[in-house]
Design a protein around this ligand. Structure first.
Ligand SMILES: [Zn+2]
Length: 247
């Protein structure tokens, strides 16, 4: 191939590509490219799209896409975690929902005199863990200054406490009573005329369900006679089954 022609054609190529060269030049280039593989190669290379460098904007959006993907992953993870937590909470609530009263024999509760303060008595558990501990105050006697109360307590177990709280309690104290009149005021009722009536817990019973046997756990020394007499009367008259467990 003629070197001079090659040189001319290569000079013409930019104009040829833009379609702004004369008809004669275009014809010359067409014919030459059909025959000269070297020039054709150059033409093809010039025609190839130049790979545009990644602009800052495109880079940014690619980063955002990755960030979005990561965020999406985190969102999914958070949703799964929340679902699992919800499921677990729901299950635990469900397992705690149905409570069954625990019998006196099962619950292993007793009132033990405090080692440091002899007038103090601790309600102590040594049996299986319970789900709920319930107490109800019952009037024993009353005068102008005092309301003397007995605490009737009972515990419940649930599927939860039976399944997961299997370790027995070890002398766990949950309530303290006192036989010291000065130290055993649980609360004060205030009347409109300014009079005050103090509340004193003087006895404690365990009773799993209403109507089931009741066990006297503790009675304050100054109320022993009175409470024992009351228990004998109840047992005789009303056919109650109250057991003086602390005797
Ligand atoms: Zn050529």
């Amino acid at each position: 191939m003629n070197r001079l022609e090659c040189k001319t054609v290569r000079d013409l190529l930019p104009l040829y590509m833009d379609g702004i060269c004369s008809e004669e030049s275009q014809k010359l280039v067409d014919e030459h490219l059909a025959q000269c593989s070297d020039c054709k190669k150059i033409f093809e290379q010039m025609n190839m799209p130049v790979e545009a460098p990644i602009t800052a904007d495109e880079g940014k959006s690619a980063l955002q896409r990755i960030k979005k993907k990561i965020r999406k992953k985190y969102v999914i993870l958070a949703v799964i975690t929340a679902l699992l937590a919800g499921l677990w909470t729901g299950l635990s609530i469900f397992m705690q929902l149905v409570e069954t009263p625990m019998s006196y024999e099962e619950v292993k509760v007793s009132v033990v005199q405090d080692k440091k303060t002899p007038t103090k008595y601790n309600l102590t558990f040594s049996g299986p863990s319970y789900e709920g501990l319930y107490g109800e105050a019952e009037l024993v006697a009353e005068n102008e200054q005092y309301e003397y109360l007995a605490e009737v307590i009972h515990c419940t177990s649930s599927m939860w406490s039976r399944t997961f709280k299997r370790k027995p309690m070890k002398n766990e104290v949950t309530m303290t009573f006192s036989s010291d009149p000065e130290d055993s005021v649980d609360g004060v009722t205030q009347f409109e005329d300014g009079r005050e009536q103090k509340m004193r817990t003087v006895a404690a019973y365990y009773q799993a369900t209403p109507g089931s046997p009741r066990y006297l756990l503790w009675v304050s020394d100054d109320f022993k006679d009175r409470v024992y007499r009351q228990i004998d009367e109840w047992n005789a008259v009303a056919g109650e089954r109250i057991v003086k467990a602390d005797q």
